[in-house]
Design a protein. Structure first.
Length: 151
């Protein structure tokens, strides 16, 4: 990014970028902590098990692989947050739209996954604040509409 572009970037968009980075870090950290402390999650699954064929070992292995997949997904989500926040900081209107969709997916995922607690709530909260900053009327001119050219 050139020095001229950096000076033209509204403060709200710069702050939004750093909030997206924080959202990415908290999202990944929440799932890292869940993976590291997975025994509690495994114990929950064993306690709620209704299938007599499911042994404790099978539940533990399944839960470990599930949590690993969720951790990888959270890291990918965090990387996408940062990538599109960077593109939005450059003034790309479509990046702002993609971030809206990613945040909705993140919130829906947390609702379906039924996770609560500060670690899981800070990521979406920072993302929501960052998104609101990108839609303020003051920064609308920074995200110009791109005209379509018909063939």
């Amino acid at each position: 990014m050139s020095e001229e572009t950096e000076q033209a970037t509204p403060t709200e968009v710069k702050l939004s970028f750093w909030l997206w980075v924080a959202a990415a870090v908290f999202t990944a950290a929440a799932f890292v902590s869940l993976f590291v402390l997975r025994q509690h999650f495994i114990d929950e699954q064993v306690k709620n098990n209704t299938d007599p064929k499911a042994t404790v070992d099978k539940i533990a292995n399944g839960a470990t692989y599930f949590l690993l997949a969720m951790l990888i997904g959270a890291v990918v989500m965090g990387c996408l947050f940062v990538l599109f926040a960077y593109k939005a900081r450059e003034g790309t209107r479509s990046a702002r739209t993609v971030l809206t969709g990613l945040l909705i997916a993140d919130v829906l995922f947390l609702i379906l996954f039924k996770r609560t607690g500060a670690a899981f709530l800070f990521g979406p909260l920072f993302g929501l604040i960052a998104l609101l900053l990108m839609y303020l009327p003051k920064v609308q001119p920074y995200f110009p509409k791109v005209g379509r050219q018909l063939p």
